[in-house]
Design a protein around this ligand. Structure first.
Ligand SMILES: [Zn+2]
Length: 224
């Protein structure tokens, strides 16, 4: 393979989690069912996570929360509420640093272990799900995740709910991409997400989709 093509593939593979270039990334469930799953990244957030939890409870829907370790400090009760409501918790690194992709294998292991320890101390559970910050999978990240027995979890529908787009634009973007087996990526860090979530749950109900946990959709365990 010519060097330039190889390099382009590396850059493409690193930049897009849906490609799964470096690792078997778990993205979607069976296309033959009517099941879809919801995920929320970057919390816990004292303002928005409780609203997301209340909305999910209204619709009797389960979701997975990919938490940032440093955001748990001061929000331990919110993490407990997520767990107590039957939702799953996944690892989303400790710092979510913009420069995280330059970390060594040990650097990524430290990121994962720091968050794992905090979550274990609060919930008594050992997480198995890991969603890479920014959806970027580097060789070091994949090595660290595999050494620590994490399943790397991607998505199929990126809502882009933290952009400047209006809630209606975000809702439309999500609705046009929902298919059987879809994993939707939201963030419990934005006020627009609450409205988008409500409309997405209504849409799913009207179209006959069933919201299930990531465990059920992907048939893998969230905890050891
Ligand atoms: Zn994130």
């Amino acid at each position: 393979m010519p060097g330039a093509v190889w390099l382009a593939l590396i850059i493409y593979g690193s930049a897009s989690i849906q490609v799964g270039f470096f690792a078997p990334v778990c993205c979607h469930g069976s296309r033959l069912t009517n099941e879809i799953a919801l995920s929320f990244d970057d919390g816990p957030n004292p303002e928005y996570t409780p609203q997301v939890l209340a909305t999910l409870a209204q619709y009797n829907a389960l979701a997975t929360f990919f938490v940032i370790g440093k955001n748990i400090t001061g929000n331990e009760n919110i993490l407990k509420q997520i767990d107590a409501a039957g939702h799953s918790i996944g690892n989303h690194s400790y710092t979510h640093s913009f420069f995280i992709d330059f970390k060594s294998v040990q650097g990524f292991k430290d990121e994962l272990n720091q968050t794992a320890d905090i979550v274990f101390n609060i919930t008594g559970k050992h997480m198995k799900f890991f969603r890479p910050p920014y959806g970027v999978t580097t060789l070091h990240l994949v090595k660290a995740a595999s050494l620590l027995n994490y399943s790397i979890i991607g998505w199929t529908v990126r809502s882009l709910d933290t952009t400047a787009d209006t809630a209606q634009t975000i809702v439309r973007r999500v609705q046009t991409q929902i298919k059987p087996g879809a994993v939707i990526l939201f963030h419990d860090t934005s006020d627009k997400t609450i409205e988008v979530l409500k409309q997405t749950l209504n849409f799913a109900r009207d179209k006959g989709y069933k919201i299930v946990s990531l465990e059920q959709l992907l048939k893998i365990k969230a905890y050891v």
